[in-house]
Design a protein around this ligand. Structure first.
Ligand code: SF4
Ligand code: SF4
Length: 100
């Protein structure tokens, strides 16, 4: 199992969306994504590992075409990360020690 696959957190909860119609295939999102969620495909990109996305928003902020959208900082990934950092955050219910 590769490293990213071992870091998946919950299935089918990520808000990441991709619009291939507006993507120019510039590759910027591939450079800024910290989780290898995206990969090249036929001159554009595709979402290869959706459940590894931590909804950080880097791809959305850096895409010059607005082809990627994600609700950064509001999802379950954010809640888990806030908990790991000792911050209070809305709980997604996945962890009994959530700090809500
Ligand atoms: S940054 Fe935007 S336009 Fe560039 S490859 Fe990624 S999705 Fe496509
Ligand atoms: S939100 Fe962050 S982790 Fe998810 S695809 Fe975009 S850059 Fe990668």
């Amino acid at each position: 199992m590769n490293r990213m696959r071992s870091m998946l957190y919950l299935k089918d909860v990520v808000t990441l969306a991709y619009s291939p119609e507006t993507c120019t295939g510039c590759g910027t999102c591939l450079q800024v994504c910290p989780r290898e969620v995206l990969r090249r495909s036929n001159g554009k990109i595709e979402i290869a590992l959706r459940d590894a996305c931590i909804e950080c928003g880097a791809c959305q902020r850096n895409c010059p075409q607005g082809a990627l959208t994600v609700k950064a900082g509001v999802g379950c990934a954010s809640a888990i990360m806030n908990q790991m950092l000792g911050r209070k955050a809305a709980c997604c219910g996945v962890d009994e020690n959530c700090l809500s």
